[in-house]
Design a protein around this ligand. Structure first.
Ligand SMILES: *Cc1c(COP(=O)(O)O)cnc(C)c1O
Length: 377
């Protein structure tokens, strides 16, 4: 029996069920299913929440990356730097923009992009750096901005795991030229299906995006760009409008759950188990709570995962195979050994249950279970 699920949607949706149903019903009554009133409302509200001028709703986070880069003028002949340990959708987005992806390694303590590795990967063709706010934490915005300024690079944020994350006073999505968010149901702000948004301060990028997502048409039946069909549905936007006001408190709940994990897990460090580093305090919104089962641990990760499952605790691995070792991307020419930190992390990371409302008792049960299966302290 599941005692601690990996995520719990019921817990999140039950208290706001009536509001959600009402909002969906309103879209059905208005009949404006595509780019309707709810979409415009959500675009404005989410952009405002992140302190950015414009929001352009799209069909997914992947679409937001691909179209966002294109709208920023990135395309064929350009190189785009991104971390090798990201979710594969970041890479797909870069490839779909037409640019050449250049993978770089990550910092082993945070799993965020290694900015020194990024600096070394810059060539005359490098146009942009895609920073991924992995697991809900940003790499230092001041260091990222300094690197981008020094080499005249555009910053594009993959903020799919970082809705309202903060660091050094910057809110995720407000650092770069543009940023992509996903509203896949399990993200910190999740729809009842697929959805995404691009945020930008640039009116020209906004205009182009509004065309690109809608068959490349700035107005009906005039097609200025090749474009595609990638729009946020009104029903999804209606759901997101209801949920957005709760996002900050949900993020806070995740952060305090993480603090409890940190405290209870502390004694396990001597057994080779430790969480990834939080360099952002309350600005880390813990899309995932990730520990490392290092080589020093007497038990291997798979055993730990199986034994936890037997005790009713669901865990995950995000992600077990880094992008450069995925079969589809062998053509990029990377090999095992190219990104040692990403490779080691892929063998050691384990995501523990994490969602708003995860109780103190559940967190204790997870950590106690680790001890029961033989990770002693
Ligand atoms: C979820 C995710 C995406 C893709 O979003 P979709 O909405 O599933 O297309 C991209 N990048 C990261 C880091 C993600 O976690």
């Amino acid at each position: 029996m599941t005692k601690v699920p990996f995520v719990d949607f019921q817990l999140q949706h039950q208290p706001i069920q009536a509001q959600l149903q009402q909002a969906i019903q309103a879209v059905v009554q208005q009949g404006d299913f595509i780019l309707g009133k709810a979409v415009a409302e959500f675009e404005a509200a989410f952009a405002r929440a992140c302190g950015v001028e414009y929001g352009i709703g799209v069909a997914s986070g992947t679409g937001a990356i691909a179209l966002g880069l294109q709208a920023c003028g990135i395309g064929a002949t350009d190189e785009v730097i991104l971390p090798a340990n990201t979710f594969v959708a970041t890479l797909i987005g870069v490839i779909q923009s037409g640019a050449t992806p250049i993978l770089v390694d990550c910092d082993p303590n945070t799993a965020l992009i290694d900015l020194e590795a990024a600096r070394q990967a810059i060539t005359g063709k490098t146009k942009a750096i895609v920073t991924v706010h992995l697991y809900g934490q940003m790499v230092s915005p001041s260091e990222l901005l300094a690197l981008a300024d020094a080499h005249d690079l555009l910053i594009f944020e993959d903020a799919a795991q970082a809705h309202l994350a903060q660091r050094e006073g910057y809110v995720a999505g407000s650092i770069g030229k543009a940023a992509a968010f996903s509203f896949y149901p399990s993200k910190n702000l999740g729809a009842f299906g697929n959805g995404g948004i691009v945020l930008t301060k640039d009116a020209t990028v906004t205009e182009k995006l509004r065309s690109l997502r809608n068959y490349g048409a700035p107005k009906k039946y005039l097609h200025t760009y090749v474009g595609t069909n990638s729009r946020l549905d009104s029903i999804q936007a209606a759901v997101l409008n209801v949920k957005l006001p709760y996002l900050a408190q949900w993020n806070q709940s995740r952060n305090s759950a993480a603090r409890q994990y940190d405290t209870l897990l502390e004694p396990l460090q001597s057994q080779g188990i430790f969480p990834l580093e939080n360099q952002s305090n309350i600005g880390h919104i813990y899309h995932l709570y990730v520990i490392r089962v290092s080589a020093a641990c007497p038990l291997d990760r798979q055993t730990i995962q199986e034994q936890l499952a037997a005790l009713g605790i669901q865990t995950g691995i995000h992600y077990p195979i880094p992008c450069h070792l995925q079969p589809a991307y062998q053509y990029l020419g990377y090999q095992t050994g190219d990104f040692p930190n990403a490779e080691t992390l892929s063998q050691e990371i384990l995501s523990l249950p994490m969602y708003p409302g995860l109780s103190q008792a559940q967190i204790s049960y997870v950590v106690d279970s680790l001890r029961r299966i033989g990770v002693r302290y």
